[in-house]
Design a protein around this ligand. Structure first.
Ligand SMILES: [Zn+2]
Length: 260
């Protein structure tokens, strides 16, 4: 068990929660480096010119305002933990999102930004020291708020059409092995082929918390959610298709979910 090195780097970007904490949301920063990400997450008047990158049009006006954002914590590549917003306050990291049918995820979540360039910068690996700190920090948060491992989610889980972080290279199984996330134990294959695999998948995904309507068809909203699910639990193949292995992982996780 590692001892966390916590560095206070207060952000002015927060407001009051409207409900108790019951989720931890993991992100990657998706920016060039830790210092730039910390500057963005603590800036109360960010502009496009201050934060150039592949996410904006080259002809964007330099003084165009950007939304104010923050997180409770930032974990850098060496495993140092920056505390930006006290957990008691509502940080601004989830954006438009939904989990278990509720939209204001920021009110109920502790947000952790993991320094990593992400998809815009070639999906770098997450160093072991960094993963160890994410695990220890998450373990402490779950303990502090009396939360179970299934309360830890990806930004891509709660905003599947907009977000893909922390990305398919994030080692979720290591978190699960450390008791701070879920992972399918034994895959559960159906005895006979499901006559309606799409509706079954939609029901199971919704039960896990994903925002997906039970339409019975593999429509765009379903494909985005299936991709988010695969990005997290079957990262070797992110297709948006409900194949046999995806069904078996989904069935396994549904059985593992605590009743509450
Ligand atoms: Zn994010």
């Amino acid at each position: 068990m590692s001892v966390l090195q916590i560095i206070d780097r207060p952000s002015p970007n927060f407001d009051a929660r409207t409900r108790p904490i019951d989720l931890v949301v993991l992100h990657y920063t998706g920016m060039q480096n830790a210092e730039i990400a910390l500057a963005r997450l603590t800036d109360d008047t960010p502009t496009a010119g201050e934060f150039p990158g592949p996410w904006q049009r080259p002809d964007v006006l330099k003084d165009a305002p950007l939304p104010r954002v923050s997180a409770h914590y930032v974990v850098d590549e060496a495993g140092a933990v920056y505390r930006l917003v006290p957990e008691e306050h509502r940080a601004w990291h989830a954006g438009a999102a939904s989990w278990e049918g509720e939209g204001d995820v920021n009110s109920r979540a502790v947000g952790i930004e993991i320094v990593n360039g992400g998809h815009d910068f070639g999906l770098p690996d997450f160093p072991d020291e960094q993963v160890a700190s994410v695990i220890e920090l998450t373990r402490q948060i779950l303990k502090r708020w009396d939360l179970k491992p299934h309360r830890v989610v990806a930004h891509s889980d709660i905003a599947p059409e907009r977000k893909s972080d922390p990305g398919e290279k994030f080692p979720w199984k290591r978190l699960a092995d450390a008791g701070v996330s879920i992972w399918p134990k034994a895959l559960v294959h159906a005895d006979i082929a499901d006559s309606d695999p799409v509706i079954r998948a939609q029901e199971r995904l919704a039960k896990l918390g994903y925002a997906v309507k039970a339409t019975g068809s593999l429509d765009p909203q379903t494909r985005y959610v299936v991709m988010a699910f695969q990005r997290r639990f079957r990262p070797s193949s992110i297709t948006g298709q409900i194949d046999d292995e995806t069904q078996a992982i989904l069935a396994a996780l549904s059985l593992q979910m605590p009743r509450y």
